[in-house]
Ligand binder design. Structure first.
Ligand SMILES: [Ca+2]
Ligand SMILES: [Ca+2]
Length: 85
């Protein structure tokens, strides 16, 4: 019985030891970084994809027009996300 007891104690302690090593999940609650496709396409890093940047990223003009919901000639992150996915 004492061996079984020892095993029980070990089993009970395991999650505690494991839990200490688990990385914090706080990171997951942060705002998602922009997708790498957006970062790469945004050549001048102003947070918007201009028509020129879209062309360099291989986005056809028609797709650009369709994605540019507010017709300001630039794609912000949410417009880009619609375009890419
Ligand atoms: Ca840009
Ligand atoms: Ca726009």
């Amino acid at each position: 019985m004492s061996i079984l007891k020892t095993v029980m104690v070990l089993v009970l302690l395991m999650p505690l030891v494991g839990g200490a090593q688990t990385p914090s999940s706080v990171e997951l609650n942060k705002t998602k970084p922009p997708p790498s496709s957006f970062v790469l396409a945004d050549i001048n890093k102003d947070g918007q994809i201009s028509r020129e940047e879209a062309q360099k990223a291989g986005i056809p003009n028609l797709s650009f027009e369709a994605a540019d919901k507010d017709k300001n000639g630039r794609l912000n992150l949410s417009e880009w996300t619609v375009l890419k996915f």
